[in-house]
Write a protein that binds this ligand. Structure first.
Ligand SMILES: *Cc1c(COP(=O)(O)O)cnc(C)c1O
Length: 411
């Protein structure tokens, strides 16, 4: 399938000036000169702001928005988001330090992830952030470390729900999972927590990622809230935070369209009164990574060579799999599909062709676009991979083949 068949408007997200896309107010060629070399990632600050405004407008006022930092941990991006959101979810001590450098207070920072070890837990307890406990082992260790440090740890339980998020690109809850405590085992844990030196604050229930079906998300919200209400009956103290996950997806491929966020908001407005009535002290949190940042980011590389091999046009660039694994289809895709890719300095060109865009690595996996229709490109033109603000650089094997790392800018 070609780019022209995309039903959504992914290709028109950035304004165009003199045939060149404009990112963060600057035409791409000028931006590339400013950066000084390709490849690079650029994130558009205003687009991130607009996205948070859309979420605020569409979701009920009571919803607290958290940023799941693993989507894009660039410190400047996290700092920018910190001024717009209510909390940050981290998945490592490295991410925790970036979050603690922002103005977000520690008790609005939570730490999830299976297999947390002693030094990670003691750093987190000392920082005063919230630990999402994923097992009984973690709970015991947290109690021991809290005693040693003389600090009462803030904890919530991450629950592996007894249902699945339908149509999620990546399921992270329901069925047997390494994440969280199985819902049916949670009551016994809650009973123990009541007797331990822990500051229990609530639940974290995350069921999946990259979902474009609002009705599936709405159903998951309903089931998540019902599960939380049921578990809350066994809780040793009032629930202060109820993190109901996120999983909001963005369109990448032909035929996909943007999530109906209004409908998700309306559904939550209907569900919240009962929760507020039964858990009057609970803050309801939605945590999102991809949805907040993915569309604001592009990856830019340069055409080094145009090669025609047995009639097929290859654009060989200075960027690829080592910087942007997801765009090559190697980050969780079952069937490889082309990310939206365009020639950024020929946005409205008149001459089109079918081309295959590859990187400089000695592997056929280094493929940014396969047989895709785009503007005819020459050496030095700038290839732009759209929808690249999430799971880009930090999710790529930059050491593979030893090329230099790309730069990242927030504009
Ligand atoms: C990865 C992750 C997220 C973010 O998922 P997105 O699809 O990027 O929104 C949120 N919460 C937890 C616990 C995660 O592991």
């Amino acid at each position: 399938m070609t780019g022209a068949q995309l039903k959504h408007t992914v290709f028109d997200q950035f304004p165009v000036q003199d045939n060149c896309i404009v990112v963060g107010g600057t035409p791409l060629t000028r931006l590339a000169q400013r950066v000084g070399r390709t490849p690079f990632y650029a994130y558009d600050r205003q687009k991130i702001t607009n996205r948070i405004q859309l979420l605020r407008k569409s979701l009920p006022d009571e919803i607290h928005l958290h940023y799941a930092m693993k989507a894009n941990p660039m410190p400047a991006v996290v700092q920018h988001l910190a001024g717009l959101i209510d909390g940050i979810d981290v998945a490592s001590v490295g991410e925790m330090h970036i979050a603690l450098d922002t103005t977000i207070p520690p008790n609005k920072i939570s730490f999830a992830g299976p297999g947390k070890i002693e030094h990670e837990l003691s750093s987190a307890i000392s920082a005063g952030i919230v630990l999402n406990m994923e097992s009984e082992r973690e709970m015991r260790l947290i109690v021991k470390l809290g005693e040693q440090l003389g600090i009462r740890p803030n904890v919530s339980i991450r629950i592996n729900p007894d249902f699945e998020l339908k149509s999620a690109g990546m399921k992270m809850g329901g069925g047997p999972k390494q994440f969280g405590v199985d819902a049916e085992l949670a009551p016994a844990l809650l009973k123990q927590i009541g007797k331990l030196d822990l500051n229990f604050i609530g639940f974290h229930i995350f069921s999946g990622s990259q979902n474009l079906k609002s009705d599936a998300i709405q159903e998951a919200h309903e089931k998540t809230l019902q599960l939380a209400l049921k578990l809350a009956e066994k809780a040793p103290s009032p629930i202060h935070t109820l993190n109901i996950g996120g999983g909001f997806g963005i369109p990448y491929f032909p035929g996909e369209s943007a999530l109906n966020i209004q409908s998700i908001g309306e559904n939550l407005s209907n569900l919240l009164p009962e929760v507020k009535h039964r858990l009057p002290e609970a803050q309801i949190i939605i945590e999102l990574g991809r949805y907040m940042v993915a569309e604001a980011g592009i990856y830019v590389c340069r055409v080094i060579e145009r090669k025609v091999s047995r009639g097929r046009v290859f654009l060989i660039t200075d960027g690829g799999l080592h910087h942007h694994l997801a765009a090559t289809g190697n980050f969780g895709q079952v069937i490889r599909k082309n990310y939206p890719v365009m020639i950024g300095n020929k946005a409205h060109g008149t001459q089109k062709e079918i081309a295959t865009i590859v990187g400089p690595l000695c592997t056929p996996l280094d493929l940014l676009a396969e047989q895709m229709e785009m503007e005819k490109a020459e050496v030095n033109d700038l290839v732009v991979v759209l929808q690249s603000g999430a799971y880009g650089l930090s999710a790529s094997p930059t050491g593979f083949l030893g090329h230099p790392e790309p730069l990242e800018i927030l504009v």
